[in-house]
Design a protein around this ligand. Structure first.
Ligand code: AMP
Length: 512
């Protein structure tokens, strides 16, 4: 079947997920078509690998050989995108992945794979390229433009990195939009829906929650957003893995944590058992010949788990998501009774315990009939359609900044320019001056995060404004203007108010 499109230069929607990605496009009749991948599946594993013969594998092929080749199989690279080597999340990743992570230039993390070093953005570019190839083959035309979704919690640096990933493969990332916002679009766009939606997005790597107010099916206003970048399905797997390792130590006094091949098998099985327990009350965790004992005899993992066991293990993680829901709801200014729908996004929301706890928490069951793996790509495609030349669909999208953006003051505190949940697009100006006689330039460090001390937040970059005519300290007046566009991407401009001299720049990604 060939999908007929209105344009031969379409903009497709891409959900670039931590574990799986998905793409969709709006056809000439205005219907969303998901791009099929293999075996009727609409998701592409976000995995990149190099096999023993030096061949690159991406998607299903990479996933298939993962167990045999864990060191050269890169997954969850999205968790590393736009992150500094010193970031806590990089340490956490180091403990749970078989590939090596090393510090690189530009304050980036490098991933080692097959004696080569990849930046996370290179891996994302490869995955985007695979999606593009699959989409181009299916649509039978070259795909050059896309709307790509990101977690609402992504900071400016991470958003820019996704755009860079597109640039590396000549894919124009026309817009990045937030995943929960895309899900709200999938639910409400063109459906004359008005009301308040809470989107609970628990995917492979991150947790996001947003409250969106929809009016007349085409005005989408995000009221508040929040999340936890350390919380996703992988963490659920890790909790189960730790329980299995503990059990094995108790039974055999052997710690399997240092055995990468055994760990890979345990990781795979943990995810399988976790998923099994979403549809069954009991499952067995069996791995034969996982290691050998001192006398050379093979040892097996042989456990039985009930859904209740799993729920008990995972309850603390679910509690963390509910605490965040409570805060984000309070920040939206709405009460739980004012929510018309709870939307679930992300594979981990298939766990019945998650759904039960949400029903109890909000006093209402989550919406049915929306596929948590596909809704984000569908929303991205719908949004892409509104950006297409001559689009008949009108949409007004008002999003928010997920974490405060500000500059470092002389005393090291954060001077907040945009508080968290400020609407986008947005602009703010402030007047600053020099601190020394004859000073001709000003250097500004820009951070994003909600901590009071600037350095505890993510450094977005450095901004240098030079060309101030020499004068006494504190007499020049420089006006700084910060702009955050609809994508949540920051740019700055500065103007010397005495000379009118203007300088515009983007924040340099990853400046030290
Ligand atoms: P996503 O990033 O949205 O594709 O979510 C992937 C995560 O969802 C992975 O951690 C999966 O293990 C998890 N997942 C997928 N299906 C299920 C299921 N039926 N029950 C529990 N977790 C699931």
């Amino acid at each position: 079947m060939t999908v007929k499109l209105l344009s031969d230069n379409p903009i497709i929607g891409i959900d670039l997920g931590t574990t799986n990605s998905c793409a969709a496009v709006v056809d000439e009749t205005g219907k969303v078509q998901l791009i099929p991948y293999k075996d009727g599946s609409f998701t592409i594993p976000s995995i990149y690998a190099v096999n023993d013969r030096g061949f690159e594998l991406i998607g299903q092929e990479a996933k298939r050989q993962w167990q045999l080749n864990p060191r050269n199989t890169i997954y969850a690279a999205k968790r590393l995108i736009g992150r500094s080597p010193s970031d806590d999340i990089v340490d956490a990743m180091r403990e749970s992945v078989a590939f090596n992570l090393t510090p690189g230039g530009e304050n980036e993390v490098l991933i080692e794979c097959a004696d080569r070093q990849f930046r996370p953005v290179d891996v994302s570019a490869q995955i985007l390229n695979k999606i593009r190839v699959v989409a181009s083959d299916y649509l039978r035309l070259p795909v050059r433009r896309a709307v790509v979704t990101v977690p609402a919690y992504f900071n400016d640096r991470q958003r820019q990195a996704v755009k860079e990933a597109g640039m590396l493969i000549d894919l124009d990332v026309v817009r990045v939009i937030n995943e929960p916002t895309a899900a709200a679009l999938a639910y409400g766009l063109n459906k004359s829906f008005s009301g308040n939606i809470l989107i609970y997005d628990l995917g492979g790597g991150t947790f996001d929650v947003s409250v969106v107010s929809v009016r007349a099916g085409n005005i989408f206003e995000v009221k508040s957003t929040g999340g936890d970048i350390f919380l996703g399905g992988i963490d659920f797997d890790n909790v189960l893995i730790r329980a299995v390792l503990r059990d094995f130590v108790e039974k055999h006094a052997i710690d399997l944590a240092d055995d990468p091949v055994a760990m890979q098998r345990i990781r795979d099985m943990a995810e399988r058992v976790k998923i099994d327990l979403s549809s069954r009350a009991e499952a067995s965790f069996n791995l034969p010949f996982v290691t050998i004992d001192q006398s050379g005899l093979p040892l097996n993992i042989d456990m039985r788990l009930t859904r209740r066991d799993l729920d008990t293990l995972m309850a603390p993680l679910v509690n963390r998501t509910l605490d965040i829901c409570e805060r984000v709801l309070a920040e939206s200014g709405l009460r739980a009774e004012e929510l018309d729908e709870i939307l679930l996004i992300g594979g981990q929301t298939r766990m019945p315990h998650v759904q039960d706890r949400l029903t109890a928490f909000f006093g209402k069951a989550p919406a049915k009939g929306i596929n948590p793996d596909e809704a984000v790509a569908i929303g991205a495609a719908l949004y892409a359609q509104t950006l297409q030349e001559d689009s008949p669909v009108k949409l007004q999208l008002l999003d928010v900044i997920p974490m405060a953006i500000g500059i470092e003051r002389a005393d090291g505190q954060m001077h907040v320019v945009f508080p968290r949940n400020s609407p986008t697009p947005n602009a703010k100006s402030l007047i600053t001056t020099t601190s020394r006689d004859g000073q001709t330039s000003l250097c500004m460090r820009i951070y994003q995060g909600d901590q009071a001390r600037a350095r505890q937040n993510e450094l977005l970059g450095e901004f240098l404004f030079s060309g101030i005519p020499p004068a006494k300290a504190r007499s020049p007046k420089v006006q700084l203007t910060f702009q955050v566009n609809i994508e949540g991407v920051l740019s700055m401009s500065a103007q010397d108010l005495a000379t009118g001299k203007r300088m515009e720049t983007r924040v340099k990604i990853g400046a030290k």
